[in-house]
Design a binder for this molecule. Structure first.
Ligand code: PHE
Length: 354
């Protein structure tokens, strides 16, 4: 009896899987198993022997059955553990491979410009794209009859019938943010104002929606020399090309006096735009000393304060820096173009030391 127990209990504990365990079960306690055979032998025993051996065989059968049940439960647990280990899934990982989304050159350049001017102490201000006639024109010393209004190819918003206030406009430049900023923070102040602007114009270097960044610095003794230094400093940091050449051209804006437009030397040879070489000039910004009437419109006393302002085309300088020949492609949403000219999400705008 002890030999039988040792034999089967040993094999049960050693059974590596359920199939082996089932084979052991049949061999031990199955209908034709060893215990059943022993039971049959009871018939040939004396009543005394039978009384002793019968219950022992039954007890052994029970013991083997429960050992098998225990081993089976153990094997099932181990199988489950293994499955849990194998089928473990990190639900925080992306299911599909990452898409190659990129940062649009306009966003990238806006960040670069912001970083460079931040180093020169400029904050950032924003204003609405739908502007009132007052902020977009009058406050900037562009009265109703002024030819600059026609020159700007303005998009006008519709007014309800019977409403005879002047129509709102899609802002034609970021200059209205000058007025809004003066009203909000007064003087002294130093800000840039990046954003979308609109003009009805369409060719290789003009789109009906484009981007400008306005700059404005107001203090007691700001001069044209400060303006020139800031712009040259900016271009050096931004373009990162040796031989950058700027041309300051006397010009006229109603909101600055004196005024200057700034062009940058470039070449279009072979359809590629290159900087600091060639015989072409691309206008990148308008600038000047803020007109006393503009300071006054912003609630600032022109006898105590003066300031410079400039407005620069973000798309223009993006084209120049990254050699993109056609502005219209910026807004086509062509995935091939976006992948080619786009920037990685982690490509932070860097300010190079020196
Ligand atoms: N607002 C002008 C334009 O859009 C640019 C400008 C801004 C000029 C500030 C002078 C001062 O062309």
């Amino acid at each position: 009896m002890d030999d039988l127990r040792d034999k089967y209990l040993g094999r049960i504990t050693a059974a590596p899987d359920e199939a082996t365990l089932e084979a052991v079960r049949l061999e031990a306690v199955g209908k034709k198993g060893e215990i059943a055979l022993k039971m049959r032998e009871l018939g040939r025993m004396t009543p005394e022997e039978r009384q002793q051996v019968g219950p022992s065989l039954n007890a052994l059968k029970d013991e083997i059955n429960s050992a098998i049940a225990a081993r089976k439960a153990g094997l099932e647990d181990a199988a489950l553990d293994e499955r849990l280990r194998d089928e473990w899934l990190d639900v925080t990982l992306p299911v599909r491979a990452r898409r190659s989304g990129t940062i649009h050159p306009v966003s990238q350049v806006t960040e670069e410009v912001t970083a460079i001017f931040a180093d020169m102490g400029f904050g950032v201000a924003e204003g609405p794209q739908v502007e009132t006639d007052w902020y977009n024109f009058d406050a900037l010393n562009i009265p109703g009859h002024h030819p600059a209004r026609a020159e700007m190819d303005t998009f006008y918003m519709a007014r309800a019938e019977g409403d005879d206030r002047p129509p709102n406009v899609l802002r034609t430049h970021t200059s209205p943010v000058q007025i809004r900023t003066m009203e909000a923070v007064g003087a002294p102040v130093r800000v840039i104002c990046p954003g979308r602007v609109y003009r009805a114009d369409y060719d290789q270097t003009h789109t009906p929606m484009f981007h400008q960044v306005e700059g404005m610095a107001i203090d007691r003794d700001i001069s044209m020399a400060n303006l020139k230094w800031c712009l040259e400093e900016f271009c050096r940091a931004f373009f990162e090309v040796d031989g950058i050449e700027l041309r300051f051209r006397a010009s006229h804006f109603p909101f600055t006096e004196p005024s200057a437009e700034v062009d940058i030397r470039c070449s279009w040879e072979g359809g590629t735009l290159k900087l600091g070489q060639g015989d072409d000039w691309l206008e990148i910004l308008g600038s000047g000393m803020m007109h006393p009437k503009v300071l006054a419109a912003g609630g600032i006393d022109p006898d105590r304060w003066q300031g410079f302002a400039f407005g620069m085309g973000i798309d223009r300088i993006a084209m120049l820096k990254y050699g993109i020949p056609d502005l219209r492609a910026f807004f086509d949403s062509d995935l091939r173009w976006l992948r080619h000219y786009g920037f990685g999400a982690l490509q932070m705008p860097m300010r190079h030391a020196g």
